[in-house]
Design a protein around this ligand. Structure first.
Ligand code: G6P
Length: 605
């Protein structure tokens, strides 16, 4: 989703801005642009192709300047065409980039038209540019503070004005923005990764903050218009760019990184201790009577899987809800419920808003399971557990999902132990199983050649059905999501017991039916579902455990998993589904890492 980079320096800053955009490419975008003050005038280059094309343009036109802003745009208001690409200018004096959606843009546009402003784009952003321009009386910082007070909706912006050649002003409300502190130069960006190599000192702006960057100084004002003293944080982990290595795509690399990511996420300690979730966790966990899990996309499916663990192991009632639904419906708050938000990025707009909504309803205890320690979600929750997946570039989440599952399993065990449902012997056994997971995953990854053979058949299909039961139903959901996200094949998942209540009507020879069939208590029932599909001529693709008796037969294709893994089985079973989606997408020639219309980090509603 939209990315912002800005800088004030005493050198040509365009290469830094372009490199920043490259680092934000993974978020997803459909146009991009950069503007600098060149000889006192705002000049820009914009492209509806990739950042590499923008780079060619700035080299050819020798666009150079020491103060600049840049942007990757994921279209919301207005098609991805050059006129709508940012930076947006106001009267050739002011340039502005924006991430977010302004809800009252229509009334503001009418008001600004009345003042003689002409609109040349279909964006809501142009309203902000003209509004700031209309309020400018020699102080850009003051004009932005006045303008943002009139905006409804979500935004992160960066803006420059020709009359203040060494100033960039930023503001955030509902969309992320960080300030990077340099030596005699300062930066702004949507996330700290964009500024890797330029600085490792950051201010993570808070909701409603407006900041002014000059060469030597950064000033921040809070939403009430008072000077705010924000903490400067050293973030050393943002080393160099992530390399693809021997892999064809980042998604493939990330699938194969899962044994390492899981090793890094499994706690070192030999016991499931509340302190893994933060200082106050012991007390907080002892005060709760249930869980409310809120998330979006793949993270929602990890929450659905966790519900099975939390209710069967910890015996604690657990509700899992899509964040965008929860935030807008009337619910009955239970102040004794622990609110758990799950998010790879920690910046997903709906999950953040759902968290704030829960807090406003009186939920006291909150926990984030997140892959980015400096994210807004981690900062807003009382407790947190960080997954150590490392940076995930592929839009379709893989290693973030399996590490979330590890985190949530540890949560279920910790609560189960505290509530007297996990004995010392069981605890030791589960810790042993967790430690063995990376090796078990390596054996699953070795199934890749068999999955490639299946993917060739899948690539010719337009629909697919995924079936699972119990713990593996959310895994079927995730498998279907992966396939549709990156191969554009329509895929749906059902709990296998629902087959007769609708989806069976779709089963013909043209419909592949993928079945996640571990050897758990529901296997016999799943076997009957398999027969129901076979009887209608459907082609079955079964991921079976080592000790199931399902064998290859006419219309039944079986890949046997290396070992049976009990409660942790979902973490293994999702991996072949990731590989199936990946190789099917490769056969269809889609843009695997950046599927059409999708964004990595959904920072608007
Ligand atoms: C987007 C991504 C998904 C991700 C979802 C939630 O849709 O494409 O891969 O699962 O957002 O993101 P989060 O960062 O909150 O886990």
């Amino acid at each position: 989703m939209c990315g912002i980079v800005g800088a004030v320096a005493q050198r040509n800053i365009v290469p830094v801005l372009i490199e920043g955009l490259r680092r934000l490419e993974y978020r997803g975008y459909d146009s991009c642009g950069v503007a600098v003050l060149a000889n006192g005038e705002p000049k820009r280059a914009r492209s509806v192709a990739r950042v590499a094309d923008l780079d060619d343009q700035v080299r050819e036109t020798r666009l150079e300047g020491a103060t600049g802003i840049a942007h990757t745009r994921w279209a919301t208001h207005g098609a991805p065409v050059t006129d709508n690409a940012h930076p947006i200018f106001s009267r050739n004096e002011l340039a502005l980039v924006h991430n977010g959606i302004i809800e009252n843009y229509e009334s503001l546009r009418e008001m600004l038209r009345g003042k003689g402003y002409e609109f040349v784009s279909q964006t809501d952003t142009e309203v902000i540019a003209h509004l700031v321009h209309s309020l400018y009386r020699g102080d850009l910082f003051a004009a932005v503070r006045e303008a943002t007070a009139q905006l409804h909706g979500a935004y992160a912006i960066a803006v420059l004005h020709k009359n203040q050649p060494h100033t960039v002003v930023g503001a955030r409300q509902g969309s992320p923005l960080v300030v990077g502190l340099g030596e005699g130069e300062n930066f702004l960006a949507s996330d700290a990764l964009a500024l890797a190599g330029s600085t490792d000192r950051f201010i993570f702006l808070e909701e409603g903050d407006v900041c002014e960057l000059t060469l030597e100084k950064v000033r921040v004002f809070d939403r009430d218009g008072n000077p705010a003293d924000r903490e400067v944080r050293q973030v050393a982990a943002y080393g160099g760019a992530v390399e693809l290595g021997p892999y064809r795509h980042f998604m493939q690399k990330e699938i194969f990184e899962q044994p390492r990511a899981i090793t890094d996420t499994i706690p070192q300690a030999d016991s499931f201790d509340a302190s893994l979730f933060g200082e106050n966790a012991q007390k907080a966990f002892s005060e709760i009577d249930s869980l409310l899990i809120l998330a979006c996309g793949t993270s929602y499916y990890s929450g659905l899987t966790a519900k099975y663990w939390l209710e069967s192991v910890a015996k604690i009632p657990t509700q899992v809800e899509i964040a965008s639904e929860y935030r807008y419906r009337d619910s009955v708050p239970n102040p004794k419920a622990l609110v758990v938000v799950i998010s790879q990025s920690g910046e997903t707009a709906d999950t953040l808003a759902a968290l704030k909504h829960a807090q406003s309803l009186g939920h006291k205890h909150t926990l984030s399971v997140c892959n980015v320690g400096t994210s807004a979600m981690v900062r807003l929750t009382e407790l947190s557990f960080l997954t150590h997946a490392g940076r995930e570039i592929g839009v379709a989440s893989t290693k973030a999902f399996t590490t979330q599952l590890v985190a949530l399993f540890v949560l279920a065990m910790t609560l189960g132990k505290m509530r007297g449902h996990v004995s010392a012997a069981q605890e030791a056994d589960y810790i042993r199983q967790l430690r063995h997971l990376p090796a078990a995953l390596n054996s699953v990854l070795a199934l890749e050649p068999q999955i490639i053979a299946w993917s060739e058949e899948f690539s010719r299909k337009e629909n697919a059905l995924f079936l699972g039961r119990g713990l593996h139903y959310p895994i079927a959901l995730e498998g279907a999501l992966k396939l549709k996200e990156i191969s554009y094949i329509h895929a749906e998942a059902y709990p296998a017991g629902e087959l007769k209540h609708g989806p069976l009507a779709l089963v013909t020879e043209a419909m592949p039916v993928v079945t996640v069939a571990p050897n758990d208590a529901l296997l016999e029932k799943l076997k009957s579902n398999i027969q129901e599909v076979r009887a209608r001529g459907g082609q079955l693709y079964v991921f079976a455990d080592a000790d199931t008796k399902i064998v290859n037969d006419e219309g039944i294709h079986v890949i046997r998993m290396p070992e049976h893994y009990g409660l942790l089985s979902p973490i293994l079973h999702v991996v072949p589904l990731q590989l199936l989606a990946y190789h099917t997408a490769c056969s269809r020639g889609t843009d695997v890492d950046k599927p059409r219309n999708l964004a990595k980090s959904v920072t608007v509603e």
